[in-house]
Write a protein of this length. Structure first.
Length: 276
């Protein structure tokens, strides 16, 4: 294989690996972060202290339950017990959605808030109240996306790593290939951070009710905090590796002096007096 062919093959493999970096990060975040109930509840827990989230929760519960508990809802969101109710509610919603996605049903996903209210506030007795959290029309699309993410969350990051390693291995100049891989990884991290920012803007713009934008923005920021951290980490590591490769290529590593490569020829024999 000539050097030109090796260079072209290496460039193609490295470009494909760097292209898969942001997609692999998103797929892994969705498959192993959002799909895990414990991590999801932990991520959403700090939002119980956000005033915008509290107001949105109070409005949603009041619209579903109605007048019997309307005076108690807003006052309850200001109590410490609301944190427990928030965690339990997020856990119930997440488990209900996962159960509907994995079981393959076609019914509307609902959550009963009466056990949650009874657990955190014994003085309030609610009837069995089902709150709709996901319409049946969106289940098929969500189920297909979940199946794709389960596969892509493992194989996309692994494919990116294998392609990058193969591109560096077949390169004629591995230092340059490593530098290109590092710069491509940093670019992929920057694109990931840009995509998260654009997604936030589009999500808030498409809201039908502008009143709930602060609450939705807080939820979006909490859910995508890991993606933002990963994007900055990819940029930092990629630039650090690229800078290291450039410095070592420009100045080189200090090396010990080596002896001559081959045997030293014997000095020419001086003619003896008899030969002269």
């Amino acid at each position: 294989m000539t050097s030109r062919v090796r260079g072209a093959l290496s460039a193609a493999l490295i470009a494909l690996a760097c292209l898969l970096v942001p997609f692999g990060a998103v797929a892994a975040w969705a498959a192993y972060g959002l799909a895990d109930t414990g991590r999801y509840v932990t991520t959403m827990a700090p939002l119980a202290a956000d005033p915008a989230v509290r107001d949105s929760v109070a409005d949603a519960v009041e619209s579903e339950v109605g007048e019997p508990v309307r005076p108690l809802v807003r006052s309850f969101t200001r109590t410490p017990a609301f944190g427990t109710a928030w965690d339990e509610g997020n856990r119930a919603v997440h488990q209900a959605v996962l159960r509907a996605v994995r079981d393959g049903g076609h019914h509307e996903v609902t959550v009963d808030i009466a056990p949650i209210a009874a657990r955190v506030e014994h003085r309030v007795a609610l009837p069995r109240t089902e709150i709709a959290v996901l319409p049946a029309s969106q289940l098929d699309r969500l189920r297909k996306g979940y199946d794709v993410l389960e596969v892509a969350g493992f194989w996309l990051p692994l494919s990116a790593a294998v392609l990058a390693a193969a591109g560096i291995a077949v390169a004629a100049c591995r230092r340059r290939a490593l530098t290109a891989t590092a710069l491509g990884t940093a670019l992929g991290g920057a694109l990931l951070g840009f995509a998260v920012a654009v997604g936030r803007r589009l999500t808030l713009t498409d809201l039908p009710d502008p009143v709930h934008r602060p609450a939705v923005g807080a939820v979006y920021d909490a859910l995508t905090a890991t993606l933002r951290t990963v994007s900055w980490l990819l940029v930092a590591v990629g630039l650090a590796v690229a800078l290291t490769c450039w410095l070592t290529g420009r100045y080189g590593w200090p090396r010990a002096r080596r002896g001559p490569a081959g045997p030293v020829p014997d000095p020419a024999q001086q003619p003896t007096r008899a030969q002269a």
